[in-house]
Write a protein that binds this ligand. Structure first.
Ligand code: 48F
Length: 261
């Protein structure tokens, strides 16, 4: 075989194997932001078959750009154990006890690498365009290439089955929206639908993100900003402690549920 086709066939074979062996998952995350990366790492490390489907070319969500493209992020001291478990370094903010900065490129790459190393798989450039919904339960994802979606090409999707689906799509809560609007089910929120994120209030937003991390419908959890948006919490900007703790919390909730089944 020519070197050219050796490379081509190796890529096609390995990718096909990777996708085929992740069509039946314990946990499928939609979106590879900070909350999903932490949760996927914890669940994969605990032995659950876990994959993340991310519509962008680069996983990492809102981490890379720090605040307004200044590529530094802020965390509180309660997030330090999580970051150091990934080998990510932080620096105390002088005169502001309990607050730390970190390089957002180190944070994004460290979380991605940690999730992969623990055994989670990440499928980038793949958009989730719908859910599988059977017997009053969310059963998996309907996926397509992001380029197909962007170009508006009339191409049918493929599917991935999962015991648990996690909406980690950030501000838009895209997967909860499919459940609420397409499957027309009541979510576990004050209104039964997506309440919508409130303006910025940092301290409150951080706490609420963690509080609102839960199962919103059988088989469908939300973490990170998606949980904030679903339950009507305040936004918080480029402080990431709540996102990391939300990821840890959803991993514990999911592990408990899967072990109880
Ligand atoms: O928003 P995002 O980074 O997720 P998060 O874990 O973290 C929020 C923070 O980054 C930041 C913040 C800090 O305080 O407020 O915003 O809640 O990442 C969400 C990811 O989901 C992807 C999207 O490209 C992004 O990388 N995503 C959204 N919709 C889809 C999707 C979809 N339909 N299919 C696949 N990926």
């Amino acid at each position: 075989m020519s070197a050219e086709n050796l490379i081509t066939s190796a890529i096609i074979k390995r990718y096909s194997e990777k996708l085929a062996s992740n069509l039946d998952l314990d946990v499928a995350f939609v979106g590879a932001g900070p909350s999903a990366l932490v949760a996927a790492r914890d669940l994969a490390a605990a032995g659950f078959k876990t994959a993340i489907f991310e519509k962008s070319l680069a996983p990492g969500g809102g981490i890379w750009g720090g605040g307004m493209l200044f590529n530094e992020a802020v965390v509180q001291d309660n997030a330090l154990p999580s970051l150091s478990s990934f080998g990510i370094t932080t620096e105390p903010v002088a005169g502001a006890e309990g607050y730390y900065t970190l390089d957002s490129v180190e944070m994004a790459s460290g979380l991605i690498f940690g999730a992969l190393r623990a055994g989670a798989r990440i499928f980038n450039s793949v958009s989730v365009e719908d859910i599988i919904f059977k017997n009053a339960k969310v059963n998996g994802l309907v996926i397509n290439w992001t380029m197909v979606k962007r170009q508006g090409m009339p191409v049918d999707p493929l599917t991935v089955v999962a015991e648990i689906v996690v909406d980690a799509t950030g501000h838009p809560s895209e997967i909860l929206k499919f459940a609420s609007e397409k499957a027309q089910v009541k979510l576990d929120t004050a209104t039964g639908g997506i309440v919508g994120e409130k303006p910025m209030w940092v301290d409150n937003g951080e706490l609420e993100t963690v509080e609102n991390t839960r199962e919103y419908y059988p088989g469908l959890f939300a973490c990170g900003m998606s949980a904030t948006n679903a339950s009507g919490g305040y936004r918080m900007g480029p402080i990431f402690g709540g996102m990391l703790l939300s990821g840890q919390k959803v991993a514990v909730q999911i592990a408990e549920k899967l072990r109880a089944n």
